[in-house]
Design a protein around this ligand. Structure first.
Ligand SMILES: Cc1cc2nc3c(=O)[nH]c(=O)nc-3n(C[C@H](O)[C@H](O)[C@H](O)COP(=O)(O)OP(=O)(O)OC[C@H]3O[C@@H](n4cnc5c(N)ncnc54)[C@H](O)[C@@H]3O)c2cc1C
Length: 371
């Protein structure tokens, strides 16, 4: 009997891959191997509804309890992939056991980058997993002084959620404006304005020179310009690095083998929709189906109760058109490069998204192998 598909990693890409295999009638075994103790869950709520207390852990699972067993999809939890024997098609687990595979999917996602030198402090957090979110949520009490290092999407969301929970928040960003890859500068300035209106202290162009602490407690960030940010808690949100160090070779090299595939953040993505698409695309490749077109880059965020939805890539933009009222936090923006629309933003206007998608003419390039 075929050894079937082994999916290393138990997040969104893994889940969507297993679902698509099941839907497509794949008959050999499908196993999901996760380093975490939980069945696949959704990460976006970790910085939003879970952190605010509006949703609990059982409400962010991607599928209800029992879903995998009912479909004979085996969950191997709490035993991370630790190595790969490509010659004998075996995935080696940290516990010492090994799983044979016919097809392997690498979907181990990424982890938060740490600030060098901050590891010894017990009040320094990162946010990637449910365990991280539980720890941060417990520490976020009203009146606590939270510094957030890095004003990317996760930093923006945690700053907003923490403010909503009564924390005093300082958002520290090294660049003159945040989110350069996702937002046109005018829109990034608008978002900074929203944070400030809500009482978040936003420091731009602020680089950390020194960590000041006593024992295992970090007490302040000393900035290169001489400024000082006093804190009770620090969230480090300065980006991610792929969970690929357990692999014997780079992902791109391994996926040149026909029986090895990759999907999600470990394969270079960093958004929910792309990870979901790549998980399904890998399943389609295994099933021998025609590849689907790659989706337009898309992401969303919730900040101070406002839903922000972004499409496309604003790099090199030379013109922007805004429809609506940014001051009222309800508008759409279309960003152009050499006369062509390349990116769009909908703020509190979810119904405009289909129109904006059409305007940006999605890529029709087929995805054959996600890597
Ligand atoms: C707090 C937060 C908020 C976010 N908000 C948004 C948002 O609003 N919009 C948006 O578009 N995107 C958002 N994202 C990004 C989105 O969640 C990711 O792009 C998506 O989860 C990627 O899916 P993945 O399956 O590739 O990786 P993951 O979801 O990270 O799953 C990877 C899994 O593999 C496990 N793993 C790691 N190493 C091993 C190993 N060696 N062996 C076995 N298992 C392993 C991990 O523990 C994890 O369970 C957010 C992410 C975070 C962390």
């Amino acid at each position: 009997m075929s050894a079937g598909v082994v999916i290393a990693g138990g997040g969104l890409a893994a889940q969507r891959c297993a679902e698509a295999l099941h839907r497509g009638g794949y008959e050999a075994p499908v196993r999901i191997v996760s380093g975490e103790a939980f069945a696949p869950y959704d990460r976006p709520p970790l910085s939003k509804e879970f952190l605010s207390g509006a949703r609990e852990a059982d409400e962010i699972m991607l599928r209800p309890q029992g879903w995998h067993a009912e479909r004979e999809i085996e969950l191997v939890l709490g035993d991370p992939a630790a190595g790969l024997d490509t010659d004998h098609r075996r995935l080696l687990l940290a516990s010492g056991s090994a799983l044979r595979y016919e097809q392997l999917v690498i979907a181990t996602g990424s982890r938060a980058r740490m600030l060098p030198g901050s590891e010894r402090f017990s009040n320094v957090h990162t946010l990637r997993s449910l365990d991280d979110a539980v720890r941060l949520r417990e520490a976020l009490r009203p009146g606590v002084r939270l510094a957030v290092l890095g004003a990317g999407l996760i930093g923006q969301e945690v700053a907003a959620t923490a403010r909503g929970r009564g924390a005093h928040v300082t958002l520290v960003e090294a660049e003159p404006l945040p989110l350069a890859r996702a937002l046109h500068p005018e829109l990034a300035s608008w978002l900074v304005g929203v944070q400030r209106e809500e009482g978040v202290d936003v420091l731009l162009g602020a680089r950390v020179a020194e960590l000041e602490g006593s024992g295992d407690r970090l007490e302040a960030l000393r900035l290169q310009d001489g400024g000082r940010v006093e804190l009770d808690l620090l969230l480090v949100a300065i980006g991610v690095q792929p969970n690929a160090d357990w692999l014997p070779a780079p992902v791109a090299q391994l996926t040149m083998r026909p029986e090895i595939h990759a999907a999600g953040d470990v394969a270079g993505g960093d958004h929910w929709e792309l990870a979901a698409h790549q998980g399904r695309a890998v399943a389609n490749a295994i099933l021998g189906h025609e590849p689907a077109a790659a989706p337009l880059t898309s992401w969303w965020s919730d900040v101070h109760g406002v839903r922000i939805q972004g499409l496309g890539d604003p790099a090199g933009a030379d013109h922007i058109e805004i429809d609506g009222d940014p001051a009222a936090r309800s508008f759409t923006a279309v960003v152009f490069r050499s006369g062509a629309p390349v990116a769009a933003l909908a703020v509190a206007r979810p119904r405009e998204l289909p129109r904006l998608r059409t305007l940006l003419t999605p890529s029709t390039e087929p995805v054959r192998k996600a890597a």
